[in-house]
Design a protein. Structure first.
Length: 487
């Protein structure tokens, strides 16, 4: 029996080796030999995609000219078609399109000029092909985005005529109905050079002027594409004034646009101009039809702080940081404020910040700050003194704060867990029943660490109240019993 067992044991590695030989891998397929693989591929060539792959590979092996011609013929065929692309055929179409995109990239080493022309031809197909779909998002659109993102590297090797390249880009932008080609400006900037960039800027200005005389609509989508391209050109050449000129005067006086312009002015070393631009676009004023969003205000404030520092107004910047912290309890803003203080003043300022946090009107914001800073002792005091304000709706905050507090402050952690459980059961949030069940068991385990509940009921009393109010919630009961609990 022992010898038989040993023999069996010795056989297992052999079986494992046999199994590894049947795994589909490049090494194992090489072992089949070129003749066998060629025969298999010929058998598979009845599949149109496999056949096309094989043909293109053969052309690539024979030389770049044949491959370029084959790809060009396929792109021309796609360009001539106008029929709808059925949703069932989209994956196959995208696979075929991406095959030709990758073959164009293969051409780059031998014929970068031809590869650039073919890639731009492929991008020319974007709008007419996407027009044949019910929605532009998906695998087919992704192929065009991949082509757009790879064309810059091809152009660097191709060294095209900058004027010709500028005209090709203008042609693409003219047909950019799906707003995909803006990043081409940055990608092709080195290949365009100053001459090509200047020519493209002049062409776009003419295109924009022509649209402004024809379009009476307040928002011209195509004109917006041209303006975006002009802004990218201005960024590529570091021309802040040209960037600013693409915005209407009323837009320059909005917080977000003024912040964008100010950022570029600061980079150019024009701090005073940046400060004036931001002051003209300050939030809180009447800025047309739309109110300033939180994100826009934050972008403006960040730019303003940098502008104040750049122009020597450090004290004013510090006042704004502290005021912003008092209004939002922003940890980022507080850290920047403390960093800007003289040595030893930061300790006193940090203590004052914690006082502000404990008195902050929104309990959840105050808790999040104290837990994240962190000051867990202060966070525990906040929970105990303002327990009536705890809202269990924010499951992430409740769970994270309880997890951090449970080791040293089990009563505070328990109150947070209870608030979360109450919210889930009161509003019947079935998707959180499993979490609430785990939290109830966590609260039970924490009860052994709590000597005095103070004004709050102990765990047994809390669980009894919970059963009295929510005993019919079978979903919660099921989740609790699955964890070994009793309700």
């Amino acid at each position: 029996m022992a010898r038989k067992a040993a023999a069996t044991t010795r056989e297992k590695p052999a079986k494992a080796r046999k199994g590894s030989k049947t795994t589909l891998s490049e090494a194992n397929l090489v072992d089949l030999g070129p003749e066998r693989l060629a025969a298999i591929l010929l058998d598979l060539s009845s599949d149109s995609h496999v056949k096309r792959v094989l043909r293109l590979e053969l052309f690539a092996e024979a030389g770049g000219d044949g491959l370029a011609l084959e790809v060009s013929k396929r792109l021309a065929t796609i360009g001539k078609s106008s029929s709808r692309i059925h949703w069932r055929k989209r994956v196959a179409f995208a696979r075929d399109l991406d095959l030709h995109r990758r073959m164009i990239e293969r051409l780059t080493e031998d014929d970068p000029t031809g590869a650039l022309g073919l890639m731009l031809d492929l991008l020319d197909l974007a709008t007419p092909v996407l027009d044949r779909l019910s929605q532009a998002e998906g695998p087919i659109g992704d192929v065009f985005l991949a082509a757009r993102d790879s064309v810059g590297a091809i152009a660097v090797n191709a060294m095209p005529d900058p004027i010709v390249l500028a005209d090709r880009i203008a042609k693409l932008l003219r047909r950019d109905d799906y707003a995909q080609f803006g990043p081409l400006i940055g990608a092709l900037g080195p290949a365009l050079g100053p001459t090509g960039q200047a020519h493209l800027r002049e062409t776009l200005d003419k295109m924009l002027a022509a649209r402004s005389t024809r379009s009476a609509h307040p928002f011209d989508a195509q004109g917006a594409i041209y303006k975006d391209a002009l802004r990218r050109l201005a960024d590529a050449s570091g021309d802040v004034d040209a960037f600013e000129a693409t915005f209407a005067p009323e837009l320059r006086r909005t917080p977000l646009v003024s912040a964008e312009i100010a950022r570029r002015l600061l980079t150019a070393g024009r701090g005073e101009d940046a400060l004036a631009t931001l002051q003209a676009g300050a939030p809180g004023e009447q800025r047309g039809r739309h109110a300033t969003s939180v994100e826009e205000r934050a972008a403006w404030e960040e730019a303003m702080l940098d502008a104040l520092e750049a122009t020597g107004h450090h004290d004013e910047a510090q006042k704004r940081r502290w005021a912003d912290f008092e209004a939002t309890l922003s940890i980022t803003r507080l850290r920047a404020y403390l960093k800007g203080l003289p040595d030893f003043d930061d300790v006193e300022a940090e203590d004052q910040a914690k006082v502000v946090a404990r008195r902050f009107p929104r309990f959840d914001t105050a808790l999040a700050f104290l837990v994240s800073w962190p000051d867990l002792a202060a966070a525990s005091r906040l929970v105990l003194t303002r327990s009536g304000e705890i809202n269990g709706a924010d499951e992430i905050l409740m769970a994270e704060a309880a997890r951090r507090l449970e080791g040293g402050y089990p009563l505070a952690a328990t109150l947070l867990l209870r608030a979360s459980i109450h919210y889930v059961l009161t509003y019947g949030v079935a998707t959180r029943y499993a979490d609430a069940a785990r939290q109830l068991l966590e609260a039970e385990s924490l009860s052994a660490m709590i000597a005095d509940y103070g004004e709050h009921p102990d765990h047994q009393a809390f669980a009894a109240d919970l059963r009295a109010m929510h005993g019919r919630k079978q979903g919660f009961r099921t989740e609790l019993e699955a964890l070994g609990g009793i309700f």
